[in-house]
Design a protein around this ligand. Structure first.
Ligand SMILES: Nc1ncnc2c1ncn2[C@@H]1O[C@H](COP(=O)(O)OP(=O)(O)OP(=O)(O)O)[C@@H](O)[C@H]1O
Length: 652
């Protein structure tokens, strides 16, 4: 045993035996209490150098399945927390209530040392097995706790610094612990606060998910905190009886256990009737409405969310392109504090429950479709279909049948069963018309008629069908300019335009850094979490991003896939992003011009594309069709390959 370990053992024994230990930092009462338990109750030897105890893989899987819902939510929060602590040598861990380590996100620099210390999946970190430690002692104390270096009981653990917080379920049962541990010499003051915040986020999100088929009242004494991790949430039956409440709700209302309010009518807690509150929430378009607590008359602001229909197809957490959390947080998840996006979300929430049409403007890849999906997911139509149609990528001749459908045999090549058009497929839900500016003028008249008459006659059919759709249109072009040029109908423009929102380009978003981290976490969430070092983050933050968030996501996806280590640096950045294309760099504008070096493959692609463009006299739809790609993709290629249209104004 090293001198240091011998000294530690001597100190532990002396503190426990005379319970004095004057002058030693570890005599804080919780640590002392734990040491006493370890020595007297569990009969542990502080100098023991035992191997970590690990449960069998089958048992680990069973334990993980038992906590599957918490784990699913915790994974995202663990990745976020890991990003926040990245570089400080921490590993983030989740244990169950017996202290078995279920999930581990580790700093690569620390993983090896961590597994030597027993910080690995399946290891048991209860206080009874490992003595005083963040995870185990937190389970006993049921409170957030830091255990720094020689505050550990076993001398083999004194290299560690741990910050741990307990996770409770809606019944107040302790279900596990979230912990950040590292070999850091300096206990980071803020680590415990970050871990506690992550736990609060996990508890809230698990609660919202578990009670998604019930009414949920979300409240805070400041309206802007409704929907944040500080809010309180109460699940209610359709009759307004309390089913469960979050810790945040109990804290704000001055109760200590859920049992004190479960089973009571909501009107016994707040001076409201439940139907009245549901009504005013909907009338105020999900803006928090003031309510008063019965006992203290304290004012709160509340929103009631309606149950998500049980029959609704569950939105996959991760789909090919877009990642959306469960409603109603989909809109909030679209930004991390950018004022323009925040204002868009506020406006959308205000009108979401009224059948107002939206027009979404913004450059390609700024998230127009994602925004439309979030509006759909957050509203009362969430359980009904969301149908998207891209007017730029469907050949003009087919848009009509795509929209209106057709009867069997309506035209050569039509399916023999016919097809319901997108308008009918979207009935009751949302129709998203992407690149509306590219809709042929003849079809615009027909669409306008349908929107005014609110019924549609399928192609080749006779009986009109009643339509109830929310329409969200998107375009990257200037529709007013198109109207002037006679390419877009003014009357349709006014019919589509209930609320117009502009998605900011990525280079102008104030929350770029958080968004980059968030996307990197999402892109790496199936493997070990990836950390971006500071120079790389700064370089990404200052790119021009002509393809906006889409381009950023694809770049991160590529970098994550090709990485050699879990810490990405400037060396992982593809060459075309290294020089020049920054917003503030010296090559700012010139970088988009022909000066940017292309690799040989890109040069060949550029030549081939130029030949095709010249052959078809720059008819963009024709070239896109010829190459079997969408016009959006074609425009993106032009941008990427530095091809300027001879008449620049027509290239968007
Ligand atoms: N706020 C966001 N958070 C996370 N990912 C986003 C966000 N906005 C966009 N993305 C990502 O960028 C991709 C492109 O977004 P989307 O298709 O919504 O953009 P768009 O503006 O509709 O593009 P286009 O005009 O080219 O159709 C999405 O698939 C998604 O992965």
């Amino acid at each position: 045993m090293s001198n240091c370990a011998v000294e530690h053992v001597r100190r532990v024994r002396s503190v426990v035996l005379d319970r004095a230990g004057a002058g030693h930092p570890a005599t804080g009462s919780r640590i002392t209490r734990s040491w006493i338990r370890c020595l007297n109750e569990y009969q542990l030897d502080p100098g023991a150098c035992v191997e970590p105890q690990v449960v069998a893989p089958v048992e680990l899987r069973e334990r993980q399945e038992r906590l599957a819902e918490v784990q699913e939510v915790a994974k995202v929060e663990m990745a976020n927390l890991y990003q926040q602590l990245a570089g400080s040598g921490y590993a983030i861990m989740l244990t169950d209530r017996e202290g078995v380590l279920l999930n581990y996100f580790g700093d690569p620099a620390f993983t090896h040392a961590a597994s030597r210390s027993g910080l690995m999946q399946g290891a048991i970190w209860s206080e009874r097995v490992q003595g005083t430690n963040g995870m185990g002692t937190c389970l006993v104390e049921r409170r957030p706790i830091s255990v720094h270096q020689d505050e550990h009981f076993l001398s083999r653990n004194i290299g560690l610094s741990c910050a741990a917080a307990p996770i409770f379920d809606h019944e107040g049962e302790l279900v596990g612990v979230l912990d950040a541990s590292g070999e850091s010499r300096l206990a980071q003051q803020h680590t415990l606060a970050l871990v506690s915040m992550s736990v609060q986020m996990i508890e809230n999100r698990v609660f919202l998910h578990r009670f998604r088929h019930d009414f949920i009242l979300r409240f805070h004494n400041r309206p802007e905190f409704v929907g944040t991790l500080n809010e309180g949430a109460i699940a209610l039956t359709a009759a307004g009886t309390v089913l469960a409440a979050t810790r945040g709700a109990l804290l704000q209302l001055g109760y200590t256990t859920p049992a004190e309010i479960v089973g009571r009518d909501i009107s016994q807690l707040f001076n409201i009737t439940f139907p009245g509150l549901v009504d005013s929430t909907v009338r105020r378009a999900y803006h928090p409405v003031p309510i008063f607590e019965v006992r203290s008359s304290a004012r709160f602001f509340a929103v009631v969310f309606q149950p998500v229909a049980a029959a609704a197809p569950r939105r996959p957490v991760r789909c090919a392109e877009s990642v959306l959390p469960d409603a109603p947080d989909a809109l909030a998840a679209l930004h991390f504090g950018d004022p323009a996006m925040a204002a868009n979300v506020t406006t959308a929430r205000r009108v979401m429950e009224r059948n107002v049409s939206f027009v979404l403007l913004g450059e390609t890849g700024t998230g127009k479709e994602m925004f439309a999906r979030a509006v759909h997911a957050g509203g009362s139509r969430a359980a009904r279909p969301f149908v998207a149609i891209n007017c730029a990528s469907i050949p003009e001749t087919l848009i009509e049948s795509e929209l209106f459908g057709y009867r069997s045999g309506a035209f050569t090549g039509a399916s023999k069963d016919g097809q319901r058009g997108k308008l009918l497929q979207a009935n009751g839900g949302t129709l998203f018309l992407d690149e509306i500016g590219d809709m042929p003028v003849s079809l615009q008249a027909r669409l306008l008629r349908v929107l005014e008459e609110r019924e549609v006659v399928p192609l080749g059919g006779e009986t009109p069908v009643r339509l109830d759709i929310r329409l969200i249109s998107a375009t990257h072009c200037d529709l007013l300019q198109k109207i002037e040029a006679g390419q877009f109908r003014e009357d349709l423009y006014y019919r589509l335009q209930g609320v117009t929102l502009t998605m900011p380009p990525l280079r102008e978003r104030a929350d770029r850094r958080a968004l980059i981290r968030h996307l990197a976490a999402q892109e790496s969430d199936e493997g070990a979490p990836v950390v971006l070092d500071e120079p790389l983050l700064a370089a990404l933050e200052h790119q021009r991003w002509p393809g906006n968030v889409r381009e950023l996501r694809h770049l991160l996806r590529t970098m994550v896939a090709l990485r050699e280590a879990d810490r990405l640096t400037l060396r992982d950045l593809p060459p075309q992003y290294r020089a020049g294309r920054t917003v503030t760099g010296p090559l700012t504008d010139a970088a988009e011009g022909p000066g940017t070096p292309l690799n040989p493959l890109e040069s060949a692609e550029r030549d081939a594309l130029l030949r095709e463009l010249q052959r078809l006299q720059w008819n963009m739809s024709g070239v896109a069709r010829q190459l079997n790609i969408s016009r959006n993709t074609l425009y993106r290629k032009l941008q990427r390959l530095n091809i300027d249209h001879p008449d620049k104004s027509t290239v968007h």
